[in-house]
Design a protein around this ligand. Structure first.
Ligand code: NIG
Ligand code: FE
Length: 380
């Protein structure tokens, strides 16, 4: 089937080879009075003005009515699959109880873990499906989904199976990440190393199921140390997983530097990234993924995005959608925060929400820009 979208006011896309770094992030191609030819789900032609005769045969013509077109958004950091919500913690946070203190007392991530362990597959499917409908309404066409609310193999697999099922249902394409190292399960509180060893042991099995492409670790003071994170990610990489980190979110413990030295696909949060680590990230292929929604909801400082761009780092923006620190699927709001609070130009936001996150999900040859031969994911 062939569809031609005509009468597009302006089409905007990156056309660069990722990772797109520093001042290149604002380089966006724009085509006025554009048309798009889509055949069998792929972009067949992109142009301006009158559509050439050769494309018109058997085509369905759709009038964009002077709307603009951008590539489908890629949200490369979410905790999509979980049970219930945590609005009851909001008042504690307003009263000034720190996020890590709520977690240390068995709340936060651990309270979602309790509920997710008890939830049926159908309940998890139902809740996540609703979230995906919201994401789609904001133009997200690819989304990364982490496990990490099980902290035991059975529940982690249950979450990954839910994500797999939702990926099959479409239309949003889901990239799954195993995040057993999201928090320390209460049973291992006195012996975190034993939990790390357990995760390392489970990685072979998880890889063999084909349910996850990536592994992520919450590298943070009081959660997983640099040494423990290194052990998990070294094994993950040797299994064939792509690796990602929650890095330097609250305390600057060297997560960003570790990500660059291990060639992680992504280092995420980075609100506390020390300036002395900018260069290491700028010289790597690791995408620095900033999550302004989390700063907003936790009332924390925003990452120093302008400094990072000046230092030639490659940035992505993601929602971090989760029930605690970023309980919103409103990706338009996430992108607005990226401009208003991180200071990114709209052109930089576009790069950071399309081609750079696609690269961090190892999908940049297929999605993330409007170019001939790529999957026809676009937003009107
Ligand atoms: O990215 N920082 C750790 N993990 C999530 C929060 C998950 C939760 O609070 O449930 C994050 O912010
Ligand atoms: Fe997160």
């Amino acid at each position: 089937m062939k569809t031609i979208l005509v009468n597009i006011k302006t089409l905007y896309t990156s056309k660069q080879i990722p990772p797109v770094k520093g001042s290149s992030m604002k380089e966006i191609v724009s085509i006025d009075n554009a048309y798009l030819v889509v055949e069998n789900g792929l972009f067949q032609a992109i142009g301006s003005g009158v559509v050439p005769e050769k494309y018109l045969n058997d085509a369905v013509i759709v009038d964009a009515m002077q709307a603009c077109v951008v590539p489908g958004f890629v949200d490369s950091h979410t905790h999509l699959v979980h049970a219930s919500s945590r609005e009851h913690e909001f008042e504690q946070k307003l009263a000034g109880v720190p996020y890590l203190e709520i977690l240390a007392k068995g709340g936060g991530i651990l309270s979602t873990v309790e509920k997710t362990r008890k939830a049926s597959v159908d309940e998890l499917l139902h809740q996540a499906r609703k979230s995906l409908q919201h994401f789609l309404s904001y133009g997200v066409t690819t989304l990364e989904a982490k496990s990490g609310y099980g902290l035991d193999l059975e529940t982690e697999i249950k979450q990954l199976q839910v994500a797999k099922q939702l990926d099959k249902e479409g239309p949003i394409e889901i990239v799954s990440t195993y995040m057993g190292a999201h928090a320390i399960p209460p049973a291992y509180k006195q012996n975190v190393d034993a939990y790390v060893t357990q995760i390392i042991h489970d990685l072979d099995h998880i890889y063999a199921t084909g349910l996850a492409e990536m592994v992520d670790v919450f590298c943070e003071e009081g959660v997983f140390s640099i040494e423990q994170t290194t052990r998990i990610l070294t094994k993950a990489r040797s299994c064939g997983f792509g690796i990602r980190l929650h890095a330097d979110e609250i305390h600057p413990i060297g997560g960003g530097r570790l990500a660059s030295s291990m060639q992680a696909l992504s280092a995420d949060h980075l609100m506390a990234l020390p300036r002395s680590d900018y260069e290491a990230l700028a010289n790597s292929l690791t995408i620095a993924t900033l999550l302004p929604g989390t700063s907003f909801y936790l009332n924390k400082p925003f990452a120093k995005a302008r400094e990072m761009i000046s230092a030639n780092m490659a940035l992505a923006i993601a929602s971090d959608y989760n029930p605690g620190s970023s309980p919103s699927e409103n990706f338009a709001f996430t992108l607005q925060l990226a401009s208003n609070k991180l200071g990114l130009l709209p052109s930089e936001v576009l790069t950071a929400s399309t081609i750079n996150p696609a690269f961090s999900l190892r999908r940049h040859e297929k999605i993330g820009s409007i170019e001939v031969g790529k999957q026809a994911d676009f937003v009107l």
